[in-house]
Design a protein around this ligand. Structure first.
Ligand code: NAP
Length: 251
């Protein structure tokens, strides 16, 4: 009986949008337990810098530029990973954006871009990775949703994608469990990253006051349950959404 995260050593893990923010924290945590990490981001420079930092922990890394909404670039990411490491054990679909605005003023491209990256991006990477995983009947997909899947004013586009990610997770988990692939999601609350740094200070203070645990979360708070989901500790967990939000109402 193996209790712990030791099985994550030498696992090959792709984290999208991992140049900075939560994705970077997730990549660092996998490196901490000895996984081989693919740092993939739309921004070449942050991807390369993060990969370099993480390689300093003594693990193998690959830095890859990939816009998850572009299927050609996604296929290149998957091929480059298999070429370098020979397999893909875990994919964390973390890349995501916000383009907030009141619905009555929301432009078509403000809607479409968020759908393309947050939802279609999750489809693209998962679709390409599952094709590799199913051949060895093993794999793990972890999708990043949000507490705002419940619906947040000014985020009709974002909330739609994050609720969509939950439906996608649950449907796919049922469909591919027989292929030895588990699919789960994490719904973070308010986490300190460049994305949330855009929130006006007064509003951020109000948001923090509403968190029962009493403070904003850090990327590592999200990374820890992701390690659990990726490991054998969660071998009987699929189609699940874990709320990681300091006690806010969950999805
Ligand atoms: P972040 O600080 O903005 O980091 C997101 C990363 O994804 C950035 O490096 C960004 O690159 C990259 N990215 C953007 N578009 C991309 C694309 N098309 N393809 C690949 N990479 C792309 O955001 P975060 O706060 O870490 O959020 C990470 C995930 O957690 C997102 O899915 C977000 O919706 C979710 N989430 C965050 C919070 C929170 O409170 N922070 C709460 C709930 C859920 P650039 O720097 O070039 O833009």
């Amino acid at each position: 009986m193996a209790i712990g995260l030791q099985d994550l050593k030498d696992k090959v893990v792709i984290v999208t949008g991992s140049g900075r923010g939560i994705g970077k924290g997730i990549a660092e945590a996998f490196a901490e337990v000895g996984s081989k990490v693919v740092i993939s981001d739309i921004d070449a420079e942050t991807a390369a810098n993060t990969a370099k930092e993480i390689a300093g922990k003594g693990v193998e890394t690959l830095s890859a530029v990939c816009d998850v909404s572009n299927r050609e670039q996604v296929d290149k990411l998957i091929n480059a990973t298999v070429e370098k490491f020979g397999k893909i054990d875990v994919v964390v679909n973390n890349a995501g954006i916000t383009m907030d605005g009141l619905f009555i003023r929301m432009k078509q491209d403000q809607w479409q871009k968020v759908i393309d990256i947050n939802l279609t991006g999750t489809f693209n990477v998962t679709h390409a990775a599952v094709n590799v995983m199913r051949k060895v009947k093993s794999g793990c997909i972890i999708n990043i949703s949000s507490v705002n899947a419940l619906g947040a004013p000014g985020q009709a586009n974002y909330s739609a994608t994050k609720a969509g990610v939950i439906g996608f997770t649950k449907a796919l988990a049922k469909e591919i469990a027989g292929m030895g692939i588990r699919v789960n999601a994490i719904a973070p609350g308010f986490i300190e990253t460049p994305m949330t740094a855009k929130i006006p200070e007064k509003m951020a203070e109000e948001m923090i006051k509403a968190i029962p645990i009493g403070h904003i979360g850090q990327p590592l708070d999200i990374a820890k349950p992701i390690l659990f989901l990726a490991s054998d500790m969660a071998s009987y967990v699929t189609g699940e959404v874990i709320n990681v939000n300091g006690g806010l109402n969950g999805v």
